[in-house]
Design a protein around this ligand. Structure first.
Ligand SMILES: NC(=O)c1ccc[n+]([C@@H]2O[C@H](COP(=O)([O-])OP(=O)(O)OC[C@H]3O[C@@H](n4cnc5c(N)ncnc54)[C@H](OP(=O)(O)O)[C@@H]3O)[C@@H](O)[C@H]2O)c1
Length: 279
């Protein structure tokens, strides 16, 4: 199927939860899915920010069907999934933090990886059969290592993204419809601050609206298969989404299984067991 990021297939009647939908790439994922007719649930830790995002989406899509789910990936104890009130056809695990300062390793791992790992298990009763779990990774994960405790914020971030991507592929191996995507290099808050008017990285990278394209395709394209990796076409940094080979550390099944077991131990939850019980 030819994929046109500006003419998406209709998604009326489908409901998609997007984590971190109030800003950045998550905002544009929500906007593009809402424009295609999906009901979008914005999973955000700030109601005010989610409402501002919903107002902005309605400026371009006045008919958008939007809802808010209070969600803090750093503390899921207050999560009220019953307020969802409907089954989800897809979940985009998009929210992410890059922590500079004390304990970047524990914090980035807890929010980016463990938060989404636990959320997936907690959402199990609310997922439609065959619902897609779409995990957002990063190209920096390909060079990440788990060797020692990490004190550098960027390396800790890369390690947390690797854990997320290994989770997405392992979830697929365990029989759940799970796809991994990465946005390439999308300018703004997780990228270096702009200096002056000249932004040479604009030539190589892209805006967050385009960074949303791979995740949107993973939700909507009927030809996307579980276990696949999708990213931008040009050097994996920018452009329209295409499928990428899963290789190197991303294809390390022993590492993925070890990260999975450790995550079960740390969260007390097992997403694949919870999801497969439902099928
Ligand atoms: N930008 C890039 O170049 C790039 C490259 C590769 C991968 N990625 C990945 O793409 C995703 C989105 O990145 P982005 O650049 O759009 O980031 P961003 O602009 O910084 O937005 C991050 C989003 O995550 C939310 N979030 C942070 N901590 C949270 C928590 N504890 N609970 C719930 N939500 C939380 C933020 O909400 P608040 O507003 O409340 O903080 C915000 O909505 C991330 O997973 C990132 O790792 C980005």
């Amino acid at each position: 199927m030819t994929w046109d990021v500006h003419h998406l297939p209709r998604a009326d009647g489908r409901t998609v939860l997007v984590t971190g939908a109030n800003a950045g790439i998550g905002y544009f994922v929500a906007q593009q899915l809402a424009g295609a007719g999906a009901t979008v649930v914005l999973g955000c830790r700030s109601r005010a920010k989610a409402e501002a995002a919903m107002t902005a989406i309605r400026e371009t899509h006045p008919e958008a069907s939007l809802r808010f789910l209070p969600l803090d990936l750093g503390d899921l104890s207050a999560l009220e999934t019953d307020s969802l009130g409907t089954h989800l056809d897809a979940v985009v695990l998009n929210a992410g933090v890059l922590i500079e300062g004390q304990d970047p390793d524990d914090q980035a791992f807890a929010v980016n990886h463990l938060g989404h790992f636990a959320l997936t298990a907690l959402l199990a009763p609310h997922l439609s059969p065959g619902a897609r779990i779409v995990t957002t990774g990063s190209f920096v994960a390909k060079t990440a290592k788990f060797s020692a405790h990490e004190h550098d914020g960027k390396r800790a971030y890369a390690r947390s993204k690797l854990a997320q991507m290994l989770f997405g592929f392992e979830l697929a191996r365990r029989g759940v419809f799970s796809v991994v995507n990465h946005p390439g290099g999308a300018l703004d808050s997780l990228t270096p601050p702009h200096r002056g008017g000249l932004q040479p990285q604009r030539l190589l990278l892209q805006g967050k609206d385009s960074g949303a394209w791979p995740a949107v395709r993973c939700v909507l394209d009927p030809d996307v298969r579980s276990g696949q990796l999708w990213g931008p076409r040009l050097f994996g940094l920018r452009g329209v989404p295409r499928e990428e080979p899963v290789r190197g550390i991303l294809a390390d099944t022993e590492l993925a299984a070890a990260v999975w077991e450790q995550s079960v131990e740390l969260t007390g939850l097992d997403p694949s067991a919870a999801l497969l019980r439902r099928q």
